[in-house]
Write a protein that binds this ligand. Sequence first.
Ligand SMILES: Nc1nc2c(ncn2[C@@H]2O[C@H](COP(=O)(O)OP(=O)(O)OP(=O)(O)O)[C@@H](O)[C@H]2O)c(=O)[nH]1
Ligand SMILES: [Mg+2]
Length: 305
Amino acid sequence: MNAPSTKAGFVALIGEPNAGKSTLLNRMVGAKVSIVTHKVQTTRARIRGVAMAENAQLIFVDTPGLFKPRRRLDRAMVAAAWGGAADADVVVLMIEAHRGMTDGVKAIIETLSERAGSSPVALAINKIDKVKSEVLLALTKDMNDAYPFAETFLISAERGHGCDTLRDWLATQVPEGPYLYPEDQIADLPMRMIAAEMTREKLTLRLHQELPYELTVETENWEERPDGTARIDQLIYVARDGHKGIVLGKGGETIKAVSKAARLELEEFLGRRVHLFMQVKVRPNWLEESERYSEMGLDFKDGNT
Ligand SMILES: Nc1nc2c(ncn2[C@@H]2O[C@H](COP(=O)(O)OP(=O)(O)OP(=O)(O)O)[C@@H](O)[C@H]2O)c(=O)[nH]1
Ligand SMILES: [Mg+2]
């Protein structure tokens, strides 16, 4: 008897910032590998998460949101997102049910067929928990009139509605072939980067206005200790003097709270104790330094185009 055949392929999740791409990736993987906030432009680089659907291995590629870039970092993020779509076996365009066909969505559709090449593109209308079903019917029609989607799914990435159906369909779309990752692997991202992202999420949730967009977090050192704990040192780069004080907070209360929240999440992820240390550094030019981009997993040159 022949061994049951396996399938494996890449599924790119693209869409406007805040569409719920990272939430969907985490749901599909069954663990939090990509950070989520209520703010736009949370994800900065491509993040891969691995999910199994019976005999198919789906490698979900979370991407930064697509928007009109202004700065070098924006351009590198948008290039990374489109690059994810170009490399994928299947593309899922996520939009928000309550926002509908925004100008941003229209702009994505304009270049979508060129970018996706011959890969099928599915539409996932997310956040259906926020609208009435009549809205969904009309939106499904309008979107399919605007683009020949292979299939449309109505989902709530947060609550899980429709996600199994989407996953099962995606499994039918990836090519036959051996698994690309060990079956127990859930992410393809170095732990030091996951740890830095967790801290950046906590900072983004606490800091206001532009500040989250003007900082970056790097894990400088990771030391495994004989007692089974880990000592992790992180650097938070801010662009302005004034920002340092805001990140620290009165009497250091902001950084303390951020550090505690990040540590708890990291301990849960790793299943062991962590000693987390953070330092804030003012580096006015970090947004123009190629090393910062490679640490984030972005291509510095992409920011030039
Ligand atoms: N009501 C509702 N909220 C959702 C749903 N899915 C995601 N969200 C929320 O939408 C916000 C954005 O979610 P993310 O997953 O960070 O969105 P994203 O597309 O990855 O955003 P960027 O990384 O900025 O491009 C978060 O506050 C989520 O909790 C959903 O199905 N329903
Ligand atoms: Mg995201």
